[in-house]
Design a protein around this ligand. Structure first.
Ligand code: FAD
Ligand code: 2HG
Ligand code: ZN
Length: 474
């Protein structure tokens, strides 16, 4: 192994090969704190050529490689297992915006560029890069591509795979595939770009990307709406789609339990409405400088909703500060769930027409498994995607974390079985990582799993790229 470490030091420089426990620590545990592993080294290459050198050296010594971006993933895909055999390849130094072309509507970036920096570079050029995640200050474009991330603007702009035109990838044997083409039309065979999107570091290391830009949308009309039920929220979505058309960008849901946690733990958070409601929708229309009618459209949506019994009250953001405050209530939920105590995440999608019935049936079923379990339900209801998360019951005013741990497998199985029976998916946007690889394979047909294994075998026959992630061991 000394040989490998020497080669890695030669490739990237001594300072960028971390082997001390304290230096590696932040790279070995994931954001949730659930997955913690060990590694031979954490390597921080500064260019595509250096990534290729590192991967080639690992390939020749049969050393597993775990690509890592901002380490904000929620399924343990970006951290190594406990064996201590893998090299963590962190893209954190590759932060160059290579090119912005407002006319072609493209931006070309290194994979380690933080999402918020891509948004800023687009904005500086008078354009919009629409992907928006609560983790955008830390997650990287490489991680977003590798997980096919979603977020709060999918309703209008689609998942990450709809925002990418071309990629540069270091293959498992260290060769570089330069697919950095910004063409809108390119029908020349299998779509290799899309193959790497959502592959969670199991087929190669993404080092660069050409992404799509859109017209800037500096105008917003934003409302926080109290709704009586999930069924009402889905009906309100139809109203917002009909009246808002292409301006409808965000349609998020959060239950009162989630908002109570935010009000308890997020400094400065306040309830925008006088009376509490069981459920809320955050609804936003966005438009260009010349779109003058957003406020009127929002008013019309809300009036129709109140008249139709779909909403009981609403707060409209009257300033950028008020808009940020409404967004903070929604975006703060993940963080405060963690502060509150043990959590169990379920990132599910259901066919939207069946979402309300599914949610209504699920709650009582879980209460039978664990009395007092707290449903912290929120997410991107416009995409049929709920974060159907659980917090431990309160016992004597404290989070009884142990009870959630003991019931976790049964709770998750009940949710997944019900999602499968309702034609949904057990991972809407976070990917499979280590957490869900086995469960996802068990819900797929043999044919589908065979096809996935065939792709893996073709690109990574030695099984060195992120082993144990996305696909369970055969
Ligand atoms: P990492 O966590 O470092 O890695 C994630 C996976 O991608 C791993 O399997 C890793 O091996 C692989 N990978 C990383 N970089 C590369 C690369 N260059 N080449 C190949 N493989 C690579 N996700 C959503 O979809 N929607 C949300 O709304 C959302 N909100 C979030 C809010 C919070 C507060 C947090 C903590 C997370 C949220 N996430 C969300 C999850 C997470 O931010 C995304 O999955 C994000 O895309 C991960 O990016 P990353 O750079 O942190 O990747
Ligand atoms: C969100 O939509 C993220 O806030 C995170 O996808 C969800 O923490 C979660 O479970
Ligand atoms: Zn989400």
């Amino acid at each position: 192994m000394t040989d490998l470490l020497d080669r890695l030091r030669l490739a990237v420089g001594d300072h960028h090969v971390l082997t001390e426990a304290a230096d590696m620590a932040a790279h070995l545990v994931d954001w949730t704190g659930v997955h913690e592993g060990r590694a031979l080294a954490v390597v921080r290459p500064g260019s595509t050529g250096e990534v290729a050198e590192v991967v080639r050296a690992c390939h020749e010594t049969r050393t597993p490689v775990v690509p890592q971006g901002g380490n904000t993933g929620l399924v343990g895909g970006g951290v190594p297992d406990a064996s201590g055999e893998a090299v963590v390849l962190s893209l954190g130094r590759m932060r160059t915006v290579r090119d912005v072309d407002p006319v072609a509507g493209t931006i070309t970036v290194d994979a380690g560029v933080v999402l918020a920096d891509v948004q800023s570079a687009a904005s500086d050029a008078g354009r919009l890069f629409p992907m928006s995640l609560g983790s955008e200050g830390s997650c990287t474009i490489g991680g977003n591509l590798a997980t096919n991330a979603g977020g709060t603007a999918v309703l209008r702009y689609g998942m990450t795979r709809e925002l990418v035109l071309g990629l540069e990838v270091v293959l498992p044997d260290g060769r570089v595939w330069d697919g950095l083409r910004g063409l809108r039309k390119d029908n020349t065979g299998y779509d290799l770009t899309q193959l790497f999107v959502g592959s969670e570091g199991t087929l190669g290391v993404i080092t660069g990307a050409v992404l799509r830009l859109f017209p800037a949308t500096p105008r917003h009309a934003t409302a926080w709406v109290a709704v009586p039920s999930v069924a009402a929220a889905v009906a309100l979505l139809a109203v917002a789609q009909a009246r808002g058309g292409a301006h409808l960008t965000t349609f998020e849901i959060a239950n009162r339990q989630a908002i109570d946690l935010v009000l308890d733990h997020l400094p400065g958070a306040t309830d925008p409405l006088a009376a509490p409601s069981d459920l809320y929708v955050l609804l936003e229309l966005a438009g260009t400088e010349t779109d003058d009618s957003l406020d009127d459209t929002l008013e019309a949506v809300l009036s129709e909703a109140v008249e139709g019994g779909l909403a009981s009250d609403a707060a409209i953001a009257g300033s950028p500060a008020q808009r940020s405050a409404l967004w903070a209530l929604r975006e703060g939920i993940s963080e405060v769930q963690k502060v509150e105590g043990a959590t169990l995440k379920h990132d599910v999608t259901l066919p939207i027409a069946r979402l309300a019935d599914w949610a209504e049936a699920m709650g009582p079923q879980l209460a039978e498994v664990l009395a007092g379990v707290r449903l912290v339900t929120y997410g991107h209801v416009g995409d049929g995607n709920l974060h159907y998360n659980l917090n431990a019951p309160l016992r004597d005013g404290r989070s009884d974390d142990e009870s959630l741990r003991l019931a976790a497998a049964e709770l998750t199985s009940a949710i997944y079985a019900s999602v499968a029976a309702t034609d949904g998916s057990i991972s809407a946007e976070h990917g499979l990582g280590r957490t869900k690889a086995a469960a996802a394979a068990s819900y797929k047909s043999e044919v589908e799993v065979d096809l996935m294994r065939a792709v893996k075998q073709a690109l990574d026959p030695e099984g060195l790229m992120n082993p144990g992630v996305l696909l369970p061991p055969a």
